[in-house]
Design a protein. Structure first.
Length: 247
């Protein structure tokens, strides 16, 4: 039995007369990487926004661990275990790597904190931050300002920040965007290490990376799902080649 962490059922989103997603059904399974492909305007980013709660469905439903979360806002979904990264790197550039991660770990705590308290005294948050930094390959960079990191390292930091919120699902919107080949390989290896303990859904345009890491691929065209299958089946599909590659 597959451990389905998150899924949509006929998820639909309208923007006026435009149907950005039309009855989309997709599953995020623990231990699997699910990639979403499609040409520009296919509805990929809308789908990831519907899963994260940045957009709400016009109709249809979103489920997390069997519970209907269709109307929940992003903060509530995050607390349930939905982690999200964005196309544009989303970090605190004037804070150190450790401070970025510690703040994310601290966000899980609902207690009120005194402005005069020393945040570094809360060892549990530091332990979570240090583990995320280690897991994302940023050990040794703890006290560097985030703004001083390379683009690839900043993307690693963004993922470390997400990990500090203890997600079981990772929604990654173009995690390799703007990276060179070496940085891309670093990120691919990082994601491979995270797969066994998470369900990953990623929107990505780097086809080599997608076919290297994905267990399942969904191809979208004009807001609808054209095909969901293994990378081998998707690569061999004449419909996909016509829709995505133009031949």
């Amino acid at each position: 039995m597959h451990d389905v962490l998150m899924k949509t059922v006929n998820a639909t989103r309208h923007f006026g007369g435009l149907v950005a997603n039309d009855s989309v059904n997709i599953e995020v399974i623990k231990g699997k990487t699910h990639a979403v492909l499609g040409p520009n305007g296919a509805g990929k980013s809308t789908l990831i926004n519907l899963l994260s709660g940045d957009l709400l469905c016009t109709s249809g439903n979103v489920f997390f661990r069997g519970n209907d979360i269709t109307t929940l806002q992003p903060a509530m979904r995050s607390r349930l275990g939905v982690g999200r990264s964005y196309q544009k790197t989303n970090i605190f550039p004037r804070f150190t790597v450790l401070e970025n991660c510690r703040l994310a770990a601290q966000s899980r705590d609902q207690r009120a904190f005194s402005l005069m308290s020393n945040a570094s005294a809360y060892r549990s948050y530091l332990e979570v931050a240090e583990k995320a930094i280690f897991d994302t390959g940023l050990s040794g960079h703890e006290y560097r300002l985030a703004s001083e990191l390379s683009h690839g390292e900043q993307r690693q930091l963004e993922l470390a920040i997400v990990l500090c919120t203890n997600p079981s699902v990772l929604l990654l919107d173009e995690p390799l965007a703007g990276m060179g080949s070496e940085e891309s390989m670093t990120m691919i290896e990082l994601l491979r290490r995270l797969v066994p303990t998470h369900g990953i859904l990623m929107v990505e345009h780097d086809m080599d990376a997608v076919f290297a890491i994905a267990d399942v691929i969904t191809v979208m065209v004009n807001g609808t799902v054209l095909m969901t299958d293994t990378p081998e089946a998707v690569k061999a599909s004449s419909e996909v080649q016509q829709a995505y590659f133009g031949h």
